[in-house]
Design a protein around this ligand. Sequence first.
Ligand SMILES: [Zn+2]
Ligand SMILES: [Zn+2]
Length: 237
Amino acid sequence: MVHHQHDESWYKSTWVHRAWFASGCTTVLISLAKSMLITISGAGASTTTPLTWLRLAFAVLLGYVLADLVSGVYHWAMDNYGSPETPVIGSIIYTFVDHHQHPMELNKCDTAALLYQAAGVATAVFLPVNICSNDPVLLAFVGVLSGFGIFNIKFHTWAHTPKRKLPPLVAALQDAGIIVPWSQHGAHHRPPLNTNYCSVSGICNRVLDKYKVFMAMEVVLFRVTGVRPRSWAEPDS
Ligand SMILES: [Zn+2]
Ligand SMILES: [Zn+2]
């Protein structure tokens, strides 16, 4: 990609970015707070039992793992299909393609400018759930999924940040394997450039790469539509 589609101000937050980012964070907080309040007060459809806590723990785990999986599928799709000229999402595709040529560019981006799109989607999809549902298990699932989903790209840029520049809590979360560290994400930037797409915790990468899930999806898409993914053009793929 020779031409640069972003102008110099693309990484500066605007008030629109901040508003969407705030609404996304509020959506997450409502999910988690409502789940907790209903659980503690026993005001849900069924009274709180030890089984409720078990189901809550499972919902949290599921939301966390699913956020990682969604981040991988999204990253894979943006890396491989469409072009910067694609309507609506062209500039997002450009950002992903450009990230492989200039991995440190994204680190310049203000947090709200980086995360507002995911925050906007999370608000549109999950705020209605928050308003309608009184199920603490569903609310916990939604809260964790949207929280890790919104911050996915921030985790990605943190994986590209030298450790000494990271906030200590972030470095500790990376060391604990709770969010993806460079030691894992770095493999995405090395040939054949078609592995380790997941960038929340990276825990789905091992399974997806071992069973070549994305490659299988690429072959199916090629057979059905005739479209080749960008990664096939890599010399080492
Ligand atoms: Zn990529
Ligand atoms: Zn990266």
